[in-house]
Design a protein around this ligand. Structure first.
Ligand code: S3P
Length: 441
């Protein structure tokens, strides 16, 4: 396993090319395998998580090829997966695992899902409970992988009220619901990212979203749609763009630009938060591609102030709290993050890992079960650094602390950085290209 050291840097500048969105990439392969015909995908994220999804789909019989600069998927329409005794290794990917569980639950397929050490600790009842209602038979020793699913030949359309706002749960149920006759309905407490809904609509499915009240949103899908084979362009990932953008904000004399970033409002909570904190961020050239809104984002060195980030914003920035915490160390005053319990169930317990890591460098942090407070040290405080942080097999923890090392007096060494490849291959090289000082250690 590699380690990377991050050392003090200034003048980050230039155009940063961020790879394709991870959530949309998974969905393009999975939903692409359900359209009636061949599609091409441009700018697919070629990271370990997404490749694990592609490999799993290939095991299930889908023809997927990498062409010179794009990918092709031969969809065989809804309800055309068959076979037994498959083993699907989803690696580190919660999204791949949970979405494909939905696909298998709604298909004439029996498959066992396995994953790496981190994924094997993550909760799966959030998807297995609703998927069982479709008629799928699900066998597991615990809440965790390995889990065997015998899909239902005639899946039932279900109505499910999810206790949590999770796009993985919602998408898993929708993917099972695609092959059931009738309407599948999910109610979630606040709207989670809607890439599945948008992509299904783009391909021609009948799917709608309604706000019922302040605590519930209803998503309804008509089963067995005919999905048209249309090509997809994947925008840059706002969760990955967050690392160079926060780096530019906290590093002196910096200005960078990231093009074609997905600015779906269910993904841009971090940007809203940073702007409220006083960050110099501009969002320019908005346009729509393949059913998603994209724009160019510029960011430059800024003075930040601490704010309260409300629970209502959590779903729209759930992956960005680690890097927000890094920005918060530079703010004047406290940054309070409310309603973030879901962070405890990510690749690692991100509240614990972030707070422990920041304490190591002398930043005062407070945590409760569902909140986190970072006491900002102000823009001019000298933070010594000179610590080692373990990624805990969490790519976003690894990248966040490498961004922090750009402003500490002495280097920060992050151990076990290979995990970065699950979402952001070439992170180190691309950061160095804008002037960051990251080195293999
Ligand atoms: C994702 C949804 C989020 C997010 C994950 C990707 C998706 O998880 O944390 O990185 O692609 O649906 P939850 O839906 O569990 O919040």
């Amino acid at each position: 396993m590699n380690s990377i050291s991050s050392s003090k840097s200034t003048n980050l500048s230039g155009n940063f090319s961020v790879p394709g969105d991870k959530s949309i990439s998974h969905r393009s392969l999975i939903i692409g395998s359900l359209v009636s015909g061949r599609i091409e995908i441009n700018n697919l994220l070629e990271s370990e998580d997404v490749i694990a999804t592609a490999e799993a789909l290939k095991i299930l019989g889908v023809k997927i090829n990498k062409l010179h600069d794009k990918w092709e998927v031969f969809g065989s329409g809804i309800g055309n997966f068959f076979g037994y005794n498959y083993t699907l290794n989803m690696g580190n990917s919660g999204t791949g695992a949970r979405l494909l569980m939905g696909l298998v639950a709604g298909s004439n397929v029996e498959a066992t899902f396995i994953g790496d050490e981190s994924l094997s600790k993550r909760p799966m009842k959030r998807v297995t409970v609703p998927l069982k209602k479709t008629g799928a038979i699900i066998v597991s020793q615990s809440d965790n992988l390995p889990i065997k699913i015998r899909g239902s030949q005639i899946p039932l359309p279900i109505k499910y009220q999810s206790p949590i706002s999770s796009a993985q749960v919602k998408s898993s149920i929708l993917l099972a619901g695609l092959s059931s006759t009738g309407k599948t309905t999910i109610i979630e407490p606040s709207l989670s990212r809607d890439h599945t809904e948008r992509m299904l609509k783009f391909f021609g499915a009948n799917i709608s979203t309604h706000k019922l009240d302040d605590m519930s949103w209803k998503i309804t899908l008509e089963g067995i749609p005919e999905l048209k084979p249309l090509n997809l362009n994947i925008p840059a990932d706002p969760s990955s763009a967050a690392f160079p953008i926060v780096s530019a904000i906290i590093t002196p004399n910096s200005k960078i630009k990231v093009e074609n970033v997905c600015i779906n409002e269910l993904r841009t909570g971090l940007y809203k938060t940073l702007i409220e904190m006083g960050a110099n961020i501009q969002i320019l050239n908005e346009k729509e591609i393949s059913g998603e809104l994209v724009a160019d984002i510029t960011a430059s060195s800024s003075s930040l102030k601490g704010i309260i980030v409300p629970k209502s914003r959590a779903a729209s920035m759930i992956d960005e709290y680690p890097i927000l915490s890094i920005a918060a160390t530079r703010a004047t005053g406290n940054t309070v993050m409310e309603g973030v319990e879901e962070l405890r169930y990510k690749e690692t317990d991100r509240i614990k890992t972030v707070c422990e890591g920041l304490r190591k460098i002398g930043v005062v942090t407070h945590e409760t079960k569902d909140s986190m407070v970072i006491e900002g040290k102000g823009p001019n405080a000298k933070i010594i650094g000179n610590v080692e942080i373990d990624s805990n097999l969490d790519h976003r923890i690894a990248m966040s602390f490498l961004c922090l090392g750009l402003i500490t007096e002495k280097e920060i060494i992050v151990r076990n950085t290979d995990t970065i490849n699950s979402s952001f291959p070439l992170f180190k090289q691309k950061m160095n290209k804008i002037g960051a000082n990251l080195n293999f250690f």
